[in-house]
Design a protein around this ligand. Structure first.
Ligand SMILES: NC(=O)c1ccc[n+]([C@@H]2O[C@H](COP(=O)([O-])OP(=O)(O)OC[C@H]3O[C@@H](n4cnc5c(N)ncnc54)[C@H](O)[C@@H]3O)[C@@H](O)[C@H]2O)c1
Length: 355
């Protein structure tokens, strides 16, 4: 596809996260929202009216949208159990896709997709959105400039509070193992893994602990209680590339944390801290004189580090050279690490990523 052509985008799944994608599409002249799909008719028509999309481009079947010749590329924001299906259809119809995370429901699905993808690849981006927090991008640059010396260890946290028992949240799809695969792990842990892979490199081994704090939740429709088979909490240790070690924590039970993803990188001569709640700041501690005194500065992220996620999708779709875009391989590797974390927690032992 030529670089200057406007890319007509079809959106599949019009729930909560679709609002963010609709806003991002509207910000970019290269993208034009041209088709919609959702199984919820009422929502489909509401969004159709808001976006000025004709009834003939409002679909309830995802394959109808994917194979529509007027749709150049797909953005998929459906629940986790449908991620593999959308990706498979996009590979089959050779349609570029931006797919939300987690990559798939489990690693078996990721392996199946990898076989298809190797035969007939497509431009494929995965929604690891924290790569687009300016502070995270600047932290990567500061590491490359050797500002903190040899990196020894990292600490990664992703904290939310919405699942805490006190809030008595009903049995949503995010608690249903058949639909979601995992709980906090795939929802938030997938982002932690991607941030670590983006900033440091590949995972070599993991040692994990998983817990479910709320064992039953009430179905909002029927009023009956459902057993919850996915995690509310995961912590793990990991060894990454260059023997960097890491500690990771994610929970839906952190009262006071709405949505807090934080990474601290510890080097021999300094420390870098970034937090998505302060997207334009990096805290840098470093040894600043011969007496080995330490300073801590809050650096404002320079302008060159602001990049909108879907801008990179247009780069991928138009076949331009790129670096650092979360793609099919990143989705696959991410899912492999998620699988090994579950395996490690079940066995109560350390597990190598590549067995
Ligand atoms: N990158 C991020 O930071 C981020 C943030 C939030 C959500 N997400 C991901 O986005 C995905 C969706 O999350 P959400 O919060 O928007 O969920 P949601 O439940 O609010 O929306 C999902 C939508 O998909 C629709 N849907 C269900 N089955 C469908 C089908 N067969 N065909 C078409 N539409 C269908 C539903 O009707 C609903 O409107 C999840 O995989 C989630 O992990 C990513």
């Amino acid at each position: 596809m030529t670089v200057n052509k406007v890319i007509k985008v079809g959106l599949i799944g019009l729930g909560g996260m679709a609002d963010a994608h609709r806003r991002m599409i509207s910000e970019l002249y290269q993208l034009q929202l041209s088709a919609l799909c959702d199984v919820n008719d009422e929502l489909l028509n509401k969004v159709g009216e808001e976006e000025g999309i004709g009834e003939e481009k409002r679909f309830t079947e995802m394959e109808s949208l994917i194979q529509d010749p007027t749709v150049d590329a797909v953005i998929s924001i459906v629940p986790n159990d449908l991620h593999a299906k959308v990706l498979e259809l996009c590979i089959h119809h050779q349609k570029p896709i931006m797919a939300e995370k987690p990559f798939t429901l489990n690693f078996k699905e990721a392996e199946y997709l990898a076989e298809l993808y190797e035969k007939t690849p497509i431009p494929c981006m995965v929604g690891f959105s924290y790569r687009y927090i300016p502070a995270f991008r600047y932290a990567k640059q500061l590491l490359a400039e050797n500002k903190i010396g040899t990196l020894r260890h990292i600490e990664v946290r992703y904290l939310q509070s919405f699942g805490a028992p006190i809030f008595d949240v009903p049995y949503l799809w995010r608690f249903n193992k058949v639909v979601t695969g995992t709980g906090a792990l795939g929802d938030l842990g997938a982002h932690m893994i991607d941030s670590a892979r983006f900033l440091v490199g590949e995972f070599k081994s993991v040692s994990a602990l998983m817990r479910t704090f709320v064992p039953e939740r009430r179905d909002p429709a029927s009023g009956t209680m459902h057993k919850v088979e996915v995690d509310d909490y995961v912590s793990f240790h990991a060894v990454l590339e260059h023997d960097v070690v890491g500690t990771f924590l994610t929970t839906r039970n952190a009262i006071g944390s709405g949505n807090q993803h934080e990474v601290t990188l510890y080097g021999d001569i300094g420390t870098i801290n970034v937090n998505c709640e302060k997207p334009d700041e990096v805290r840098l501690s470093f040894i600043h004189n011969k007496e080995l005194q330490t300073s801590t500065e809050t650096l404002e992220v320079p302008p060159g580090y602001r990049r909108q996620q879907l801008e990179d999708f247009t780069v991928l779709v138009t076949g331009q050279e790129h670096d650092g875009i979360p793609d099919f391989h990143d989705g696959y590797q991410n899912q492999k690490v998620l699988e090994r974390i579950i395996e490690s927690a079940e066995k109560s032992q350390s597990v190598n990523i590549d067995e």
